[in-house]
Design a protein around this ligand. Structure first.
Ligand SMILES: [Ca+2]
Ligand SMILES: [Ca+2]
Ligand SMILES: [Ca+2]
Length: 278
């Protein structure tokens, strides 16, 4: 079987593996309110009119869900709003780090983000580590309406082995407004949070593993260095999930589940804005 066939088999099996029963545990676009499941249930509205959870700076914000029915996997999706003058890896005004982790579990995100084209960011690599152009992996750039420093949006999706009856996810910024920089210009928020159980049957899990192996072999045989792929949002998500250790990749095609918003495969939306000092 050649590499192309193996890759196709991997996609097919991956598609089968996504047909599992999912139960929504929590879903909120914050257009009305945040609830007591949040440690800091404040909402705000972007200049472009989107309501979201935030704004926050360096504080820890937690989402705690209890009474979760029996399950083996949890799916976690959300949009991160990176608001105003984030400096990424710049060591004079940063680094500006954002973190998401499961309490007692894996770190999902620990990376710097930059809203300045002249400053790099680690994302999609973890901090410290990557030296990628600003906005790498962003799903939107400059669409939230913040001035003068702009904004970006990153969509995250994780599938976690998880069986406990409660789940706490911690979100925080680190090092924002470095050196006492005044104003309210390095903030973040969350939107479109969706947490669901996702319980593939054991046989389907085996198929999933076989599909992953076939995909990996197919890629090895049919593609060049993976580093080149890391520049696209889609491949960056794959790298993010593999970096999280126990976090499994989510197959792109055919995933079921309740009203899951799919990431567009097109380039990020971008609104031009004037250059400004950090
Ligand atoms: Ca919203
Ligand atoms: Ca700044
Ligand atoms: Ca900064």
């Amino acid at each position: 079987m050649n590499g192309k066939s193996l890759a196709f088999l991997g996609c097919l099996l991956g598609g089968l593996a996504t047909r599992s029963h999912a139960t929504v545990l929590y879903q909120n676009d914050f257009e009305v309110a945040a609830g007591p499941e949040w440690s800091n249930p404040v909402i705000d509205t972007t200049p472009s009119g989107r309501d979201f959870l935030g704004r926050f700076a360096n504080e820890l914000v937690s989402l705690t869900l209890g009474s979760i029915p029996s399950h083996t996997f949890v799916s976690v999706e959300f949009d991160l709003y990176v608001i105003q003058s984030w400096d990424g890896n710049n060591t004079t005004f940063g680094p500006d780090v954002w973190d998401a982790s499961v309490s007692g579990g894996p770190t999902l995100v620990h990376a710097t983000f930059s809203n300045f084209t002249n400053f790099t960011q680690t994302y999609p690599a973890s901090y410290p580590g990557g030296n990628n152009p600003a906005f790498t992996g962003a799903s939107e750039v400059g669409t939230l309406g913040y001035t003068p420093f702009g904004d970006s949006v990153y969509h995250f999706s994780f599938l976690l082995p998880h069986a406990a009856s409660s789940l706490t996810i911690n979100f925080s910024g680190l090092g924002l407004n470095f050196a006492g920089l005044g104003g309210d210009t390095e903030r973040w928020g969350l939107d479109n949070v969706l947490v669901s159980t996702d319980a593939p049957e054991p046989g389907v899990l085996l198929l999933l593993a076989l599909g992953m192996g076939a995909l990996g072999l197919g890629r090895t045989r049919s593609r060049g260095p993976r580093k080149e792929l890391s520049q696209s949002p889609q491949s960056s998500r794959s790298r993010r999930r593999s970096r999280a250790g126990a976090v499994l990749p989510r197959w792109r095609s055919g995933r079921g589940g309740p009203s899951l918003r799919r990431l567009p495969s097109r380039a990020p939306r971008r609104r031009s804005r004037p250059e400004a000092a950090p």
